[in-house]
Design a protein around this ligand. Structure first.
Ligand code: ADP
Ligand code: MG
Length: 460
């Protein structure tokens, strides 16, 4: 047994807890045979060749400070455009959430969060002084649920909520004992045009969703219909984007928060804008000296024409974009977010298999399937603490039936770093653009962040 078995098992257990890998794998760890020390010169790619490849990918994925400044400049212009006119690529959607919480809000609430990978149902108790308790249940969405009839998706949400309520508020008599009039907030992580807090017309699906008969509809009404169908004893009082939710929740806990961003299945940000600086809603005649949250939906930056990042868009970004269910949309998000980073890594590996550089003499069919390499694997590779990179050995052996040489594993670790670093640097452009636009450079501000990519990816 390798001497680092404990940390290896721990890392894999973490991965199991957060990814779609079947739990039965935990049993297999015990019978794991690692061949990392055996010399397979015949199969191992030449060090020199891998060094050359690495240099090529360094050139491809490394962004210079000048490039980042230029992208940030373009980003600032793009944000302004979205505030001026409807229907822009980065739509800068008014969220109809006015001003900050005081921090003294109290009460008991239910929340349903439909994300790109997970559906979460939560019971939240706000205790004042920025303190709160949360009880949460997570349901992983299947590929079918992401494509089924829209109303069926909301039925599933209502069904999960019902189960949660019965589990947490059901008495022995089978009756549900809920505080009267407990309010439900529905967090919906997709671009929607809102006219008020309990309304939202889906602009377009993102993050691989494609449920028919939903785009252009008021998703609040669709969800209410499902609540009625399942006779859920709850009133939905607000519909909110996840970034806006993160903005307000972060400010409740840390009052200096001015911006919030999401790094999960997708990427996005929200911030508080002065109403006088949102010309496209001037006709509503809202008080000019007040502020309103803006859901930027900036994952769409550089979509369609791809002119702002043309020089850094790689053939892998292009491939992922063109093979997605929404080609040319969410261009920035596709270079940054959890749904895509693992796939970029996998496409590089496939190229190197075709070139006869990686996994020589082995059957690579498992790794050739689209989207089998979860971004969680990049985290695992980057955080492998062993000299021999035994976690990486185990990952490839167990999930893809592939043996790896130490040279290959070192290459993978550096490749993961390149892809992760590019994503992190690109992410900073969007945040920097909001900071610059709002003039926060001097006095600074706090930025709230949420999403598994942010919370679980290693490195600061
Ligand atoms: P949602 O987008 O549904 O709100 P999350 O915030 O949990 O869900 O983000 C899910 C995304 O995070 C997935 O794309 C997944 O690949 C990625 N992810 C999950 N675990 C990890 C991890 N350990 N390291 C990096 N990315 C991860
Ligand atoms: Mg989320």
């Amino acid at each position: 047994m390798p001497k680092c078995f404990c940390s290896l098992a721990c890392l894999l257990a973490c991965l199991l807890a957060c990814s779609r890998i079947a739990p039965c794998f935990a049993v297999q760890i015990v019978t794991w045979h690692s061949s990392s020390h055996s010399s397979r010169n015949k199969m191992s790619a030449a060090q020199e060749q891998l060094d050359e490849e690495l240099q090529k990918y360094k050139d491809m994925f490394t962004l210079t400070p000048e490039t980042l400044v230029r992208i940030t400049d373009r980003f600032v212009e793009t944000l302004e455009k979205g505030l001026h006119k409807d229907g822009q690529t980065v739509p800068m959607l008014p969220a109809y959430v006015f001003g900050w919480p005081t921090g003294d809000e109290k009460g008991s609430y239910l929340a349903l969060d439909l994300g790109g990978t997970n559906l979460r149902v939560c019971h939240v108790t706000l205790k004042g002084k920025g303190e709160f308790d949360v009880t949460q249940t997570k349901f992983r969405l299947t590929d079918e649920q992401k494509q089924c009839e829209g109303q069926e998706l909301f039925d599933f949400c209502a069904d999960c909520l019902n189960t949660f309520i019965k589990d947490h508020f059901g008495g022995r008599d089978g009756e549900v004992h809920l505080e009267e009039d407990i309010a439900l907030g529905f967090t919906f992580s997709y671009p929607m045009e809102q006219e008020r807090i309990d309304h939202g017309k889906l602009v377009r699906w993102t993050k691989g969703f494609g449920n028919p008969n939903t785009e252009g509809n008021n998703v609040a009404d669709m969800f209410k219909k499902s609540l009625e169908k399942y006779e859920v004893p709850i009133k939905m009082t607000s519909l909110i984007n996840d970034t806006t939710g993160t903005l307000i929740a972060s400010n409740y806990v840390r009052p200096d928060t001015r911006i919030a961003c999401i790094f999960g299945t997708g990427c996005n940000a929200a911030y508080m804008e002065h109403i006088k600086n949102i010309p496209k809603i001037a006709h509503h005649k809202l008080p000019e000296d007040e502020d309103m949250a803006i859901n930027c939906e900036y994952g769409a930056f550089d979509s369609f024409e791809h002119k702002h990042m043309a020089d850094i868009r790689t053939k892998y970004d292009e491939y992922i974009d063109l093979h997605s269910n929404k080609p040319h949309e969410q261009a920035y998000e596709k270079m940054i977010a959890g749904l895509y980073l693992g796939e970029i890594f996998r496409l590089v590996m496939c190229d190197l298999v075709d070139e006869g550089v990686l996994f020589l003499g082995q059957n690579t069919y498992k790794i050739e399937k689209p989207n089998v390499f979860d971004t969680a694997f990049l985290s695992l590779i980057e955080s492998d603490p062993t000299d021999e990179l035994l976690t990486v050995t185990g990952l490839f052996a167990h999930f893809f039936g592939l043996e790896t040489t130490i040279e290959e594993r070192k290459f993978f670790k550096q490749l993961a770093e390149l892809i992760g670093t590019r994503a992190a640097r690109l992410s900073s452009c969007g945040i920097a653009a909001i900071v610059r636009k709002m003039g926060y450079q001097e006095k600074g501000c706090e930025v709230g962040a949420d999403g598994s990519l942010y919370s679980k990816y290693p490195r600061e």
